[in-house]
Design a binder for this molecule. Structure first.
Ligand code: FE
Length: 342
């Protein structure tokens, strides 16, 4: 039997059909827009006999749909950013159950809770234009020091409604407190080279084009641009910037995750747990990192070569638990918008 025909892959946004119930299936609601994830689910089905139904969409639409369906449909919610998984949990939409020995031994404590766990990692770092930013300027750079007036008119970063920024600022609140972070946000806003616009790749493009000297963006985007998958223009732009990993003398660089959450009312709970365990296997992790340019969640797997080239010997912030990103999300938004961060 052909592999594809053995798998029910349902692509739908808000109008999809009711999902199959019964034995041997798991219903995944995924906001990850990677075709490569589908190949992973096919491997899982080949190994386990459990069919994977995928409902694909943007995180907001998927969350709304899961809430409206009221249980009994979605088993796993897969999305990017611990802030999203944490916020969904605080709405009461996730349940405990991802605490098997296999999961606990695969995922370090700071990257999991009982109801959602990291399946891959990324760092949110600084990119700089080497011809305009000196080594002396960069030495000892921290997220905190992005508010230093020496960066006035030189910094690009995306809007305050972006979840990656919200989680970064939430981590600053956890480490430095609300007051200090509000003052920090004001400093950052006054250093901006332009009103925030565009995605992470657009920030890197702005530095390459000379609009700014430093940008904040996630690690996998530089590798994605360098890979050529986003076209020659972005590939050339990516070659003009260099990555810098902040906070190396202190707690380490801000880390985030792609997360899988066990949905409340999941009709196929044990299959969902089995799928998460598979996603944390060496085979699946190698597939994930080679397609998405993320860092592996588990030890013993190498990231993609383009990510290795960015440097692997940096200190990760393993002290700030990612559960704080959701907890401090509202305060993070308040700090940013209060400072006039668009
Ligand atoms: Fe992203």
């Amino acid at each position: 039997m052909r592999l594809l025909s053995s798998i029910a892959i349902i692509f739908s946004l808000l109008l999809g059909p009711a999902l199959a119930d019964g034995h041997g299936v798991v219903n995944v609601y995924s906001a990850r827009h990677y075709d490569s994830d589908i190949q992973l689910y096919e491997k899982f089905t080949a190994n386990s006999g459990i069919k994977v139904n995928v409902v694909s969409g943007k995180s907001g639409a998927l969350e709304k749909r899961i809430i409206e369906e009221g249980g009994g449909t979605a088993d796993l919610y897969i999305t990017a950013d611990a802030g999203r998984c944490g916020a969904f949990k605080s709405k009461g939409m996730l349940q405990a159950g991802l605490s098997s020995d296999a999961i606990k031994s695969a995922v370090p404590k700071n990257f999991r809770t009982s109801s959602w766990v990291g399946i891959a990692k990324r760092a949110r770092i600084v990119y700089f234009a080497p011809e305009r930013v000196t080594g002396a300027e960069l030495a000892g750079l921290t997220y905190e020091s992005l508010a230093d007036p020496k960066w006035k008119g030189r910094l690009v970063i995306r809007k305050s409604n972006n979840i990656y920024n919200q989680s970064l600022v939430a981590s600053l609140i956890k480490n430095n407190g609300k007051k200090a972070t509000e003052a920090w946000a004001e400093g950052v806003v006054s250093n901006m080279a332009r009103t925030p616009k565009g995605n992470d790749r657009a920030q890197i493009m702005a530095v390459a084009a000379g609009e700014a000297d430093i940008a904040v963006a996630n690690t996998y985007y530089l590798a994605l641009m360098l890979s050529g998958k986003k076209g020659a223009e972005q590939q050339e732009a990516a070659k003009k910037v260099k990555p810098f990993f902040p906070n190396q003398d202190g707690r380490g660089t801000h880390m985030n995750i792609s997360c899988a959450g066990l949905v409340k009312g999941a009709p196929n709970k044990s299959n969902a747990i089995a799928l998460v365990e598979f996603l944390l296997s060496k085979e699946a992790q190698e597939h994930i990192v080679n397609n998405t340019f993320e860092y592996p969640m588990i030890a013993g797997v190498s990231p993609h070569e383009l990510v290795v080239n960015m440097g692997l010997d940096f200190k990760q912030d393993l002290k700030t638990k990612v559960v704080n990103y959701g907890k401090n999300q509202a305060a993070a938004v308040t700090a940013m918008t209060g400072a006039g961060w668009k």
